[in-house]
Design a protein around this ligand. Structure first.
Ligand code: B12
Length: 484
């Protein structure tokens, strides 16, 4: 194998979707085992590729736990490889990793606090022995970084690296009773989850059954409930809140101009390329997927050199492999059971009962995801929360068009469409959805939005007909307002 990292086995997206440290460790390493098996099935020997595997962790605010996670991960990977694949080269047992500070832990409210959060997380990653690091910008929950915020994020790393002296010591927490026992606890708990995955037949089968997704979503719903009821403190969100938020400069991107520019570039590129060569490359990819003869990576590189787009390359493979459709089972009861009850929640539930008596059915909401936006954590939490409060909830698929979402809303006869939008498509996609609802004869269906929407865009959405916007923070507020 050439000397590149053939794959980055990621736990980052697992943590950011809501997993706790045990689930992140377990599912990431279980993924690693699956990749090893795939390599062996392809005819490689474990020592030919295992030394070049690399890992990617998310680092959140639980300082000691995150250090312990990196330590436990190394130990567990070495043990699993030994147990399952008996490598001869000690380098096969190495877990090398990249880490990124958590974006989820960063808040839209009082955003300068995020500089402190990122510093703490970065320090945990370095104490834990990460090989490389990405630090997030303090304006992460508002939009893409500006030059100013990116420089602070970059300098956080340089200060740790060149001023603090921390990276000079390997595993400085070794021998601390607290750290060693925490490491062992994580090790054992993650090992148990990996055994569960193995009992299901490995990670591919577990994913197909929806097991990891549901576990992660349950964890995310419980975490949100703990934030909403104040058991977990988030400074500036549920404690020490600012009376008035100060606006920070957010990078403004003209969505439509970027889209038009990209389409024009692709069109020009397709016109200028040798179309016979491009078609032949795509056909070769499909054929290789069909016959399993040849090397898909090599053929993909050839296709990219022939100026085939990523979309075309993946479409060529999709013809044979199909496309993964996530299970749409929803976590039930996790939000309410973790939250408990208080006057606010009781009022919401009483309002829902009242609504039911008047209307003869429960209020019904469609949680929709439109456009190229795979962020489903917030939407899933909101869906679970609304269902726990007594709403009838429909969940739309990822990547829907506004027309598809409007059609689903009408077919399900919902009272409200709740759009969860995080990828900056709101100014284009939300007005389109409202237009579709009108054209399909249902302008009465209420449209509300949530997600990463810069405060300066709220008025635009209200003018387009959006009834309310619920930004990141406590989701109890949205149940409350929507019910009232
Ligand atoms: C978690 C996360 C991820 C996870 C997603 C995991 C998952 N399964 O959802 C991972 C790591 C996979 C990811 C990937 C990417 N991400 Co991301 N991600 C985030 C992050 C850090 C947090 C989002 C989140 O889940 N928050 C927690 C939930 C609970 O909050 P929420 O969704 O806002 O929901 C709350 C409210 O808004 C409201 N709400 C939300 N929806 C609804 C709906 C209704 C009806 C109601 C009433 C309320 C409501 O209630 C919720 C509770 O309060 C944000 C930054 C941030 N801090 O917000 C970036 C962010 C959204 N990501 C971003 C980017 C760029 C990406 C990537 C393109 C990065 C890359 N280059 O690969 C990819 C794209 C992935 C994809 N396919 O779309 C950008 C988007 C830029 C922009 N808007 O301008 C952001 C803003 C970060 C940044 N500043 O760069 N990401």
């Amino acid at each position: 194998m050439p000397k590149f990292n053939s794959i980055s086995i990621s736990g980052y997206h697992i943590q950011e979707a809501g997993a706790d440290a045990v689930l992140e460790l377990a599912f990431t390493l279980a993924d690693g085992i699956q990749y090893c098996r795939t390599g062996l099935e392809a005819g490689l020997k474990i020592d030919e590729f295992a030394p070049r595997l690399s890992f990617f962790w998310g680092i959140g605010m639980n300082f000691f736990l995150e250090i312990a996670k990196l330590r436990a991960g190394r130990r567990l990977w070495a043990a699993l490889l030994t147990e399952k694949f008996s490598p001869k080269n000690p380098k096969s047992l190495m877990l090398r990793c990249h880490s990124q500070t958590s974006g989820w832990s960063l808040t839209e409210q009082d955003p300068y606090n995020n500089i402190i959060r990122t510093s703490i997380e970065a320090m945990a990653a370095v104490f834990g022995g990460t090989q490389s690091l990405h630090t997030n910008s303090f304006d992460e929950a508002l939009g893409l970084p500006t030059q100013f915020s990116a420089r602070i994020a970059r300098n956080t790393q340089i200060i740790l690296q060149e001023e603090s002296g921390i990276p000079k010591v390997a595993d400085p927490w070794a021998g601390s009773y607290m750290m060693e026992s925490l490491t062992m606890e994580l090790y054992e708990k993650a090992y148990q989850v990996i055994e569960e995955v193995e009992a299901l037949g490995g990670m591919t089968k577990a994913v197909a059954e929806g097991m990891p997704k549901l576990r992660i979503e349950e964890c995310a719903a419980r975490r949100q409930a703990r934030i909403d009821n104040g058991k977990e403190t988030i400074v500036g969100v549920n404690k020490y809140k600012l009376a008035t938020e100060t606006r920070v400069d957010v990078l403004e991107i003209d969505n439509s101009a970027v889209r038009a520019g990209q389409i024009a570039r692709i069109e020009k590129m397709k016109k200028d390329r040798n179309s016979h060569q491009a078609d032949a490359c795509l056909e070769a990819l499909t054929k290789c997927a069909e016959t399993k003869e040849g090397n898909l990576l090599e053929l993909s590189i050839a296709a990219a050199r022939a100026r085939c787009t990523l979309g075309e390359i993946s479409d060529a493979l999709e013809k044979v492999f199909g496309r993964h459709v996530a299970t749409d089972r929803m976590v039930s009861g996790a939000y309410k059971s973790e939250y408990g009850s208080n006057a606010e929640i009781d009022e919401v539930m009483a309002k829902i009962d009242e609504f039911m008596k008047q209307e003869g059915r429960r209020p019904r909401i469609l949680i929709a995801k439109v456009g190229q936006d795979g962020h489903d954590r917030g939407g899933k939490i909101i869906a679970t929360g609304f269902a726990d409060m007594g709403f009838d909830v429909d969940i739309g698929p990822l990547f829907a068009t506004p027309k598809e979402a409007a059609q689903q809303a009408i077919d399900a006869d919902v009272h409200v469409v709740g759009i969860s939008t995080l990828a900056a498509g709101h100014k284009t996609l939300v007005p389109e959805l409202i237009k579709e609802l009108k054209e399909m004869g249902r302008p009465d269906i209420l449209v509300v939005c949530g997600g990463v929407i810069p405060p300066q865009d709220y008025q635009f959405l209200f003018d387009a007909g959006v009834a309310d916007v619920f930004g990141p923070g406590k989701c109890g507020t949205s149940f409350h307002i929507l019910c009232l």
